[in-house]
Design a protein around this ligand. Structure first.
Ligand SMILES: NC(=O)c1ccc[n+]([C@@H]2O[C@H](COP(=O)([O-])OP(=O)(O)OC[C@H]3O[C@@H](n4cnc5c(N)ncnc54)[C@H](OP(=O)(O)O)[C@@H]3O)[C@@H](O)[C@H]2O)c1
Ligand SMILES: *[C@@H]1O[C@H](CO)[C@@H](O)[C@H](O)[C@H]1NC(C)=O
Ligand SMILES: CC(=O)N[C@H]1CO[C@H](CO)[C@@H](O)[C@@H]1O
Length: 308
């Protein structure tokens, strides 16, 4: 029986390579045509109901403004209500017919239900769910005193998006809507000192890749993997400095939000923002040893620097 695996081990990689050479160019042309068609007739957002988690700051806040400019109704979710109220007011000034505020914690199961129930109660439907709320703790894993602190990262980034999605799915089926997931390049480009954060993003991505297959074609999923975006999260506790990512140029939250809304309106399945980060994906796939040594060197160098 094992013989079959030996044969597969030798032949399948070779056959896959041949297949790639033939299929990839054809697929690229198909994708380019699809992209052009959808760019000409993107989704009209006027009167659509968009639910955004983590809308009180950063990418989520700017997503609210972008959707508002397109005339969408908004349900804005986060824990800091004062900030949300200000975002809602500005969104209505920018063109949203109605922006409601829901003070909730996505790491609470009851709150996840409330978020969706309240949106349906106010607007009667849901067209787009944006799983954006996220947190991160920075530090070498070996030096962490309390692993329990990291559980909240998983609860917010992974379970938070899974549980809100659970309650939103029946409504999204009805409206043939869309889910937008704000992941992170960290999901596939492990950076030192954010092990659990990056693992939570990998889990999130894996979950939504599977869900994508289960809910198609009724519900579309846009998986966004931002690189480094200039937001309070990236700047908190010298996050970038400690991860030695402070040398990498960051993108503005406005620019990122604008690219996300355009991508979702085109019905894209993937968006990496800024786009050049896609190149890093290739490096990680093809040259893992080189990339790991480089990041280790970068981390150690960063560490020395800190104690000088
Ligand atoms: N900035 C980057 O470089 C970068 C890179 C890759 C991916 N991302 C991802 O982008 C998303 C947005 O991050 P950001 O950079 O815009 O950070 P941010 O400015 O800190 O925003 C995070 C948002 O999530 C909300 N939030 C956090 N915990 C929550 C909870 N338990 N329940 C409800 N809301 C919660 C926060 O509001 P409250 O505190 O008021 O609840 C805030 O509105 C995150 O998923 C992050 O992982 C960011
Ligand atoms: C998600 O749902 C499960 C099942 O009800 C629950 O046990 C878990 O605590 C929830 N997690 C979050 C973060 O909401
Ligand atoms: C750069 C990278 O790919 N690694 C990720 C790990 O987590 C940090 C925290 O936000 C991200 O900035 C990185 O994208």
């Amino acid at each position: 029986m094992d013989l079959i695996h030996k044969i597969f081990n030798i032949t399948l990689p070779f056959l896959s390579f041949i297949l790639l050479i033939i299929v990839l160019p054809i697929l690229s042309v198909y994708r380019a045509i699809k992209f052009c068609i959808r760019s000409v007739v993107p989704e009209n957002l006027v009167g659509k109901v968009v639910l955004i988690t983590g809308a009180s700051s950063g990418i989520g806040e700017h997503l609210a403004y972008e959707y508002a400019k397109h005339g969408a109704c908004l349900a804005l979710v986060a824990r800091r209500k004062e900030l949300l109220v200000a975002v809602a007011e500005k969104a209505e000034e920018l063109g949203s017919p109605k922006a409601i505020v829901i003070k909730a914690d996505v790491s609470s199961f009851e709150d996840c239900k409330t978020i969706v129930d309240e949106t349906i109660k106010q607007f009667g439907k849901l067209d787009c769910l944006i799983n954006n709320a996220g947190i991160g703790i920075v530090g070498l894993f070996e030096e962490q005193k309390c692993i329990k602190d990291h559980i909240s990262t998983m609860d917010v980034n992974f379970w938070g998006s899974v549980n809100v999605t659970h309650f939103a799915l029946p409504h999204l089926r009805k409206s043939k809507g869309r889910i937008v997931v704000i992941g992170s390049c960290g999901g596939w480009f492990g950076t030192p000192k954010v092990s659990v954060y990056n693992a939570s993003k990998a889990a999130q991505q894996s979950f939504f890749e599977t869900l994508r297959i289960e809910v198609a074609p009724d519900i579309g999923i846009t998986m966004v993997t931002p690189g480094i975006i200039n937001t309070p999260l990236a700047n908190k506790d010298c996050f970038l400095y400690q991860t030695s990512l402070d040398k990498v140029p960051s993108q503005s939250a406005e620019g990122c939000a604008n690219a996300i809304v355009n991508s979702a309106r085109r019905g894209d399945e993937y968006l990496t923002e800024p786009q050049w980060m896609c190149a890093a994906f290739l490096w990680v796939m093809l040259l893992p040893e080189v990339m790991n040594s480089f990041r280790r060197f970068q981390m150690v160098a960063g560490y020395k620097h800190k104690f000088q």
